[in-house]
Design a protein around this ligand. Sequence first.
Ligand code: FE2
Length: 155
Amino acid sequence: MPYKQTKVVLNQCVADLSQLAMVVHQTHWYMRGSNFLKLHPLMDDWMADLNDQLDEISERLIAIDGAPYSTLKEMAEHTKIADEPGTFAKSIPERLTILARDYRYLADLYQQGIEVSGDEMDYSTQDIFIGFKTATEKRLWMIQAELDQAPQRNN
Ligand SMILES: [Fe+2]
């Protein structure tokens, strides 16, 4: 079957992007503290970006004869991004630290996609993975800058 492993990574992205959008939505709803007025609307932008990536990844998967997960149950069963019930007790830096961890996971998953799609010579999908990895690493830099950290894995 052509692009077999590429399809596997694409569908992993479908589950994880769906889950991460939910985590960001929880952040949007449950954050309290300084910078709320700035960060609350920013989370809307981040959700929109994740949903755009989800749509492009899913449609690429269909274009190469795959079948994206499309129920909340499937997303929950396949995602590797953790979630937990909402609480107002978490500080904004704690929430950003969670998001940094999750966006790092996503950047690593895109890296895996770059490698697998390259091996299978699906360069069109590889192009998508490259662009999304670049965008995710930029977001990571910004989250870590807000946390007064260098733009790399350091926690
Ligand atoms: Fe809202």
